[in-house]
Design a protein around this ligand. Structure first.
Ligand SMILES: *Cc1c(COP(=O)(O)O)cnc(C)c1O
Length: 232
């Protein structure tokens, strides 16, 4: 495809996704704040991110540390809000602490302490979402709902981290199980917000289930293939 064709296609997909978000938002359990769109750009080149940025999209999510850092550096001249949304091993935490604005996958106090120590003092605190293993899948990342309050309390004491909310990746399930998982996340998020009023972000919903996630109270959907097409 020519550059122009790619750009027209990205523009169409982006506006279709925004339309879906707007429609689902009318049925949301949590109408405020407005739902934000995180464009998940893993495996897609920096040039496509730049095209989407020119179309007004400024929030991007990456899953792999080296690939993400390379894009952050290549696009340093653009005011992009970079979110790390992949699993993070502690030996790579420094790269995330030094290059990203958000981490969606915090699941241990040990990792929180490392990131807090590694966050450069001239950067704003790293925004943190606690990942919840909401479908209780044996081999998946994230903590249980029962562990959330204790980890939130510990993160709240770390000056270079700013706790913003919760994130989940439910198991591929039928709609009724998915809805139950999303609603359980929303309930935990609302309870936590009473204690920590700065919490404003419930990251749930991807290309295939963003409408349902928004209906159940998501405030940020992470959308890859519906914007970029299939990953190479
Ligand atoms: C890849 C990914 C997404 C986007 O998935 P799509 O189905 O392409 O929208 C969202 N969240 C996480 C954590 C991902 O790894």
């Amino acid at each position: 495809m020519t550059d122009l064709a790619t750009k027209n296609n990205l523009a169409q997909c982006l506006s279709r996704v925004k339309q879906q978000i707007a429609e689902a938002s009318t049925t949301s359990l949590h109408p405020e704040p407005a739902v934000e769109l995180l464009a998940v750009s893993k495996k897609h080149p920096a040039a496509k991110i730049q095209q989407l940025f020119a179309l007004g999209q400024s929030r991007f999510g990456e899953n792999y540390v080296q690939e993400g850092v390379a894009k952050v550096q290549a696009l340093a001249h653009l005011a992009i809000d970079w979110h790390f949304i992949g699993p993070l091993q502690s030996n790579k935490s420094r790269l995330v602490a030094e290059h990203f604005h958000w981490l969606h996958t915090l699941d241990s106090l040990k990792l929180a302490r490392r990131l807090n120590a590694q966050r450069p003092v001239d950067m704003a605190p790293l925004n943190i979402l606690i990942q919840v293993n909401i479908s209780q899948q044996a081999s998946k990342s994230g903590i249980s709902l029962a562990q959330v309050a204790a980890l939130a309390g510990a993160i709240d004491t770390l000056d270079n981290l700013c706790l913003r909310g919760l994130m989940c990746i439910p198991a591929p399930e039928d709609e009724s199980h998915l809805r139950a998982d999303f609603l359980a996340m929303h309930e935990q998020f609302s309870a936590l917000q009473k204690q920590y009023p700065q919490l404003d972000t419930l990251s749930m919903g991807m290309s295939a289930d963003l409408g349902l996630a928004i209906e159940c109270g998501s405030t940020m959907v992470r959308v890859g293939s519906a914007i970029f097409g299939q990953r190479p």
